[in-house]
Design a protein around this ligand. Structure first.
Ligand code: ATP
Ligand code: MG
Length: 415
């Protein structure tokens, strides 16, 4: 039997309701903050990610699904959303639209990962981006929105970790100090980190290798090297979050996996699972890097698979369930069967979830099936019911039966 590729999953009809719940509730919040949906291609030119994500990142160095298409073009399945969204922003001249532009997306991503808990090769992200503002207030609005989304799902022990990674100006001095620190032990770092040393030493702090993590203990932190502008920006963000009662902890170790981040970076981390559920930051350098005008921007991406995993595991107060039928109509004989179909059609048009027999089951099998699919009411229509124009609706939870006219309005009144 052919099996699904490693690191992918099938989401079956009896579990999609959880995904719908998360997606609908998140969308609602995104809309209240004025974000509009953007949809971009699943594949892009490889160069977009090399430049937009950064060629010293894990994503580009190790994780991309890249192939040549039949026209010999190098194509990559999108490993993240921001690069494609920014490309679309530039390509569609969105810079000349009223600014800032606020966009959200809900898209599957592809990364060739070491598959483990919370780490898949196809996974889904819900992301949000604000383009066209340098103000710290954009950072605050975005973080507050992320916080509202996370809190909406009542998952305990998810904490907001915050850091600033400065701008190219402050990073220059910091990079020198960091290289001094790492340089002492460079030979002991993994080979990927060794290649990062000259090009992008900060990336070494984001390495997942155990050995490198140990070596990084006690490394100098960028917060101590922020320039005046970055320092003020970060202070303003923190102050505003405090005024809005948003709890956070400063985590100087967040450098983020992607190259284009500047200033504020943040992660919502599940302490119970030890992984990040939502991560983001400012990326003031990206639009220019991809050929647009210099543009202040900030965004985040939430790992939907991880959110749903912890939602299922830890949200004990949740009462959401898959939708079950309001009514099952079982019929005997051809005339009754026609009547069942007409009633079902009318009720469905009125927004009622109705099931009828489409397997030519016996009456006994019909009733058993209605029970199995947890229909709230069952109605049996036979010759008598057709003659009298009346039937009984049985409430499956209480066993109570109520007589009704075989008419849409009368039935709806009972349901
Ligand atoms: P990590 O450090 O865990 O590898 P990252 O920096 O690669 O994360 P981002 O690119 O910032 O992650 O992605 C944002 C979010 O998307 C993550 O916080 C996580 O919730 C989710 N995510 C990233 N990679 C995966 C994956 N392979 N499987 C499932 N979810 C993922
Ligand atoms: Mg990663």
């Amino acid at each position: 039997m052919i099996q699904k590729p490693k690191g992918t999953k099938d989401i079956l009809p009896n579990e999609t309701y959880k995904w719908e719940y998360v997606e609908e509730n998140t969308k609602e919040i995104l809309k209240n903050y004025g974000f509009g949906e953007i949809r971009v291609p699943v594949f892009e030119q490889t160069e977009l990610f090399e430049r937009g994500v950064g060629d010293t990142t894990d994503v580009v160095q190790k994780e991309m699904y890249t192939f040549l298409d039949k026209g010999e073009r190098s194509i990559t399945l999108r490993p993240e959303g921001t690069a494609g969204v920014v490309r679309a922003y530039i390509e569609n001249g969105m810079a000349s639209m009223p600014s800032p532009i606020k966009m959200w997306y809900m898209m599957p991503m592809y990364r060739y990962e070491n598959v483990q808990k919370g780490r898949y090769r196809e996974f889904r992200q819900i992301g949000a981006e604000i383009l066209g503002t340098n103000s710290y207030e954009a950072d605050v609005e975005l973080i507050v929105m992320a916080d509202q989304i996370i809190k909406k799902f009542h998952v305990p022990e998810v904490s907001l970790n915050l850091n600033s990674i400065g701008c190219p100006t402050c990073r220059k001095q910091y990079t020198e100090v960091l290289k001094g620190f790492i340089g002492n032990n460079l030979a002991q770092y993994c080979s990927t980190c060794q290649t990062r040393f000259e090009k992008n030493p900060m990336r070494i702090l984001d390495c997942k290798e155990k050995k490198c993590k140990e070596l990084n203990q006690g490394a100098p932190i960028i917060l101590d090297y922020l320039c005046e502008e970055c320092k003020t920006h970060f202070e303003n963000v923190k102050k505003a979050l405090e005024q809005l009662d948003i709890n956070y902890v400063i985590d100087p170790n967040i450098v983020r996996g992607l190259d284009y981040y500047t200033k504020t970076v943040f992660e919502f981390v599940s302490e119970k699972e030890g992984y990040t559920v939502l991560a983001g930051g400012r990326y003031d350098g990206l639009v220019e890097e991809l050929g647009g005008q210099k543009t202040g921007a900030i965004g985040f991406a939430m790992g939907e698979d991880r959110l749903i995993d912890i939602f299922e595991k830890y949200n004990t107060s949740s009462t959401i369930t898959a939708r079950t039928p309001d009514l099952y109509i079982a019929s005997m004989g051809e005339i009754a069967s026609k009547k069942a179909q007409i009633l079902a059609l009318e009720l469905r048009k009125s927004g009622i979830y109705v099931e009828t027999d489409i397997c030519e089951r016996s009456m006994k099998a019909n009733l058993k099936y209605a029970d199995k699919i947890k229909s709230k009411y069952v109605c049996v229509i036979g010759e008598d019911e057709i003659n009298t124009g009346k039937a009984k609706l049985k409430n499956m939870a209480t066993g109570e039966e109520q007589e009704t006219e075989l008419k849409t309005d009368a039935i709806i009144e009972i349901l």
